[in-house]
Design a protein. Structure first.
Length: 215
């Protein structure tokens, strides 16, 4: 009987392991293990995070050339360089810019950056050529992304041959099991949209690097 029980349980354990590996792969898409574990700007803004996702891409351009595309992120601005039709189908009224727009470049700490018309984030770190960190609002004003708090960091690191590593980190504080479950479900959509966003920035800013790059 014990042997049969083990045989019935083993496939479930294997499935659970496969799902966990897939979940972690989506959460750290494109990032090395060192990048996923390293401290980035914005990590100290919130308390301990229940869910952290770090995704990355290599761009064949310098950080200074990539930065203008980050500076104009947002609904009503340059968009998020992800799936344009899907964003419109969801009623988000987000349109992805194909060029750098000068009037969207003067981003400063405290400025709003909208995920949607009624979902504002606040720019809390603005370091041209290096880092942009956005934070979800707290309290009753605006629509909360998650109940416990959320930060979204975009970090540029110079690489060899004039390339750039763009790291994007999401940090979620979840006060209870239900918010944690909601964030885990949200990560499916986050992975799809963020992976496309990173490729979209890569395509606009300089494409794939011509030189082999090891991270």
């Amino acid at each position: 009987m014990a042997g049969r029980s083990v045989l019935r349980t083993a496939p479930l354990l294997v499935l659970a392991l496969v799902l966990e590996v897939a979940r972690r792969a989506k959460r750290d898409w494109g990032a090395t293990r060192a990048e996923a574990r390293t401290s980035l700007p914005g990590d100290d803004i919130l308390g301990p995070a229940a869910v952290v996702a770090t995704r990355a891409v290599t761009i064949g351009a310098s950080p200074g050339d990539v930065w203008p595309w980050l500076a104009q992120l947002g609904q009503g601005r340059g968009g998020f360089y992800s799936y344009d039709r899907l964003q419109c189908a969801l009623g988000l009224d987000i349109h992805n810019a194909e060029e750098i727009v000068p009037q969207w470049q003067d981003l400063a700490p405290g400025d709003p950056v909208h995920l949607a018309a009624d979902v504002p984030l606040t720019a809390v770190v603005v370091e041209p050529g290096h880092a942009l960190v956005l934070r979800a609002p707290e309290g009753p004003t605006g629509r909360q992304v998650v109940p416990g708090g959320f930060t979204w960091a975009f970090v540029l690191r110079p690489g060899p041959h004039g390339t750039t590593r763009l790291l994007v980190r999401e940090r979620y504080v979840c006060p209870d099991v239900w918010s944690r479950l909601g964030v885990e479900l949200l990560q499916v959509a986050s992975f799809v949209m963020t992976a496309r966003m990173l490729r979209g920035i890569q395509e606009r800013a300089g494409g794939r690097p011509r030189w082999p790059v090891t991270s």
